[in-house]
Design a protein around this ligand. Structure first.
Ligand code: PLP
Length: 283
């Protein structure tokens, strides 16, 4: 792991007890997929990182070019070509008090990475995943990639306890906002892709943006709006997207099958296109 200027074993106790990330969840994170040694959608993830930092008024303690070097060095030191890189920035260490430190402190920067066998995820995609729907109990700034993930964690666990892989969160109007760690999509009977518009109730998925561009290239119609669970159950296909799962078909929701219960062909096609583009063009 990289921690505040040093590379050290991930098992080291390297973060201060009074780190505001630990005390208040006063921090943010970003996740990149690395495939064949290349960072996927690197610029988009970096841009979102900068936006999260701006929204929380936290300064990155290193320059972006220096961060780039750190990200690659952590991958190199972990000796993998396929995997995930995790970055966390917190407001830093200061005597516990809710307002920002009066005397500014250096933000904490941590980068970790681990290898991942993407064939496991390919197999999951070939089978499709089950979804459990739950009320969206999160705050109203889900567009910030904050480390405050307790509602997401509780929802994911409820899904796993129910034998589902992911939870879809449903707002007060009965519309799906997103998954606990993924963007939610459906393909309607009429052949329109639907995913929620990028408002404050969802994280603006980097993979969502890339997949949307691919879908447009394929000539698919896209509507950015909320959809209900009923609409999803009547849809031709449903799927989720994220940096770690790319495009993942959904085959059941709350124990009821989506269409014929098999992964949708459009979802699988978009998955194929995303992976081909990533393997071909990512840097
Ligand atoms: N929505 C939430 C709540 C997430 O946590 C994530 C990923 O972590 C996503 C959506 C998907 O975003 P991305 O495609 O950038 O990984």
């Amino acid at each position: 792991a990289y921690v505040n200027g040093r590379y050290r074993p991930i098992t080291d106790e390297a973060i201060g007890i009074e780190d505001r990330g630990f005390q208040f969840g006063d921090g943010l994170y970003e996740v990149w997929s690395v495939r064949r040694g290349r960072f996927l959608d690197h610029e988009e993830h970096s841009a979102r990182l900068e936006r999260s930092l701006r929204e929380l008024q936290i300064d990155l303690p290193v320059s972006l070019p220096a961060l780039d070097v750190i990200l690659r060095e952590v991958v190199r030191r972990n000796r993998f070509t396929d995997g995930l890189v995790y970055l966390q920035v917190t407001r830093g260490v200061s005597r516990r008090d809710h307002p920002f430190p009066v005397t500014p402190v250096r933000p904490t920067l941590v980068v970790t990475a681990r290898g991942l066998d993407f064939t496991t995820i390919d197999r999951r995609a070939a089978a499709g995943i089950a979804i459990l729907t739950l009320p969206d109990e999160r705050w109203k700034r889900c567009d910030i990639k904050s480390v405050n993930l307790l509602p997401n964690v509780l929802a994911k666990q409820k899904a796993r306890d129910a034998g589902a892989f992911e939870a879809w969160l449903v707002d007060e109007d009965g519309c799906v906002t997103e998954g606990s760690s993924t963007t939610a999509w459906i393909l309607t009977k009429e052949g329109t892709l639907v995913t929620r518009a990028t408002d404050n109730r969802i994280l603006w998925g980097v993979t969502r943006k890339a997949v949307r561009a691919l879908a447009e290239q394929e000539g698919l119609r896209i509507e950015q709006r909320g959809f209900t669970v009923e609409e999803a159950l009547e849809a031709r296909e449903a799927f989720v997207t994220s940096a770690s799962s790319f495009v993942m078909p959904v085959t059941s929701i709350d124990g009821r099958t989506v269409a014929n219960g098999a992964p949708g062909s459009v979802a699988m096609r978009l998955r194929e296109l995303y992976i081909a583009a990533a393997d071909g063009a990512a840097r």
